[in-house]
Design a protein around this ligand. Structure first.
Ligand code: NAD
Ligand code: UDP
Ligand code: UDP
Length: 312
């Protein structure tokens, strides 16, 4: 099959491309390299079944493909808040363009949505029926509301134009290839511990997150794309940890002498987050298999090679 991955040079996109290439598909990677990196897809450059397209999805583009994994959008708060208007354009105009493309070529379209559509949730764990608690004018809204509109667009193209959609609500995912300056919690703590500088815990660290290893997530995306269930479906690891627990865990794994430094909690930071994955189990026969400790080990190895390489 000919498969387009938008945001393919990014963290999740590049792992997805690895799997699709191994499955012998023809893969088009589209990216504007805002947070993506050519190193992530370097090993496929020159392969006749791989094509790299530098393009910004807020502009229309005509391509001929059978499936579209639509991942293009910065995912870390630091990056999506850098230019919030651009983040909204990417989510709204970018998703509109990709749906227009899917409609024209009759491609199946999978949207990488997010647990952020639930905002700062007052239902716990979050089921797909929960409609969320999102501040529409806060610093996270360009992303949260952007993704909510992206879901709306996907379902409207489905109802109005019969576009064959799939919607995944992805919960916090981590793994090798996250950028050192990504700003998300797992990469921050690992880089800080390796460098021997204090681990920055925002607030008192009692807020919770549930961390899914990237290979599990990619498996979920591929199952969703190729199954009959359109979603929205939560994809994440239900193992829930406080941020302080995570800091302590990473501290113990890398550098027990590293200090923990408390910093102010960002505005609208969700207090708790845990996916209810009943639907993913039922409709996709999917559940995560990699334990947090094992995923962290693999991620730490990857960061060690990169961080040490740089300091040489
Ligand atoms: P990432 O920042 O590593 O990847 C995003 C990619 O999209 C980058 O390569 C970036 O350059 C590209 N991009 C951004 N704006 C673009 C534009 N206008 N045109 C073309 N390319 C553009 O992030 P990620 O963690 O790999 O996330 C991928 C997707 O999964 C995103 O849509 C994100 O919202 C979603 N998601 C991720 C997580 C997570 O924990 N990683 C959680 C929920 C949802
Ligand atoms: N679009 C695109 N590539 C295509 C087809 C459409 O980028 O191959 C864009 C198109 O430019 C438009 C958007 O997708 O901005 C929505 O397309 P649609 O056909 O649904 O709407 P219309 O063009 O009729 O407004
Ligand atoms: N966080 C933290 N220290 C950091 C980065 C993040 O304590 O250096 C916290 C952040 O406040 C949030 C949680 O970790 O409560 C997850 O943050 P991340 O940016 O990784 O993802 P998101 O908030 O989008 O789930």
């Amino acid at each position: 099959m000919r498969i387009l991955v938008t945001g393919g040079a990014g963290f999740i996109g590049s792992h997805l491309i690895d799997r699709l290439m191994e499955q012998k598909h023809d893969v088009l990677c589209l990216d504007n390299f805002f947070t993506g990196n050519k190193d992530n897809i370097l090993k496929w450059i020159g392969n006749p079944y791989f094509e790299l397209i530098r393009h910004d999805i807020t502009e229309p583009i005509r391509l001929e493909v059978d499936q579209i994994y639509h991942l293009a959008c910065p995912a870390s708060p630091v990056h999506y808040q850098y230019n919030p208007v651009k983040t909204i354009k990417t989510n709204v105009m970018g998703t509109l363009n990709m749906l227009g493309l899917a409609k024209r070529v009759k491609a199946r379209f999978l949207l990488a949505s997010t647990s952020e559509v639930y905002g700062d949730p007052d239902v716990h764990p979050q089921t797909e029926e929960y409609r969320g608690n999102v501040n529409c004018i806060g610093p996270r809204s360009c992303y949260d509301e952007g993704k909510r509109v992206a879901e709306t667009l996907a379902f409207d193209y489905y109802h109005q134009n019969n576009v064959d959609i799939r919607v995944a609500r992805i919960f916090n995912t981590f793994g090798p290839r996250m950028l050192e300056n990504d700003g998300r919690v797992v990469s921050n703590f690992i880089v800080q511990a390796i460098r021997g500088i204090p681990l920055t815990v925002y607030g008192d660290g009692s807020q919770t997150r549930s961390f899914c290893y990237v290979s599990d997530l990619v498996e979920g995306l591929i199952r969703l794309m190729n199954g009959d269930y359109i979603g929205p479906v939560n994809l994440g690891n239900p193992g829930e940890y406080t941020i302080l627990e995570l800091a302590t865990k990473i501290q113990q794994m890398i550098n027990p002498d590293a200090e923990i430094q408390y910093k102010p909690l960002p505005q609208d930071d969700p207090k708790q987050r845990q996916p209810d994955i009943t639907k993913a189990k039922k409709y996709l026969d999917w559940e995560p298999t990699v334990h947090l400790n094992d995923g962290l080990k693999l991620t730490i190895e990857d960061f060690r090679s990169r961080v040490i390489l740089e300091s040489k």
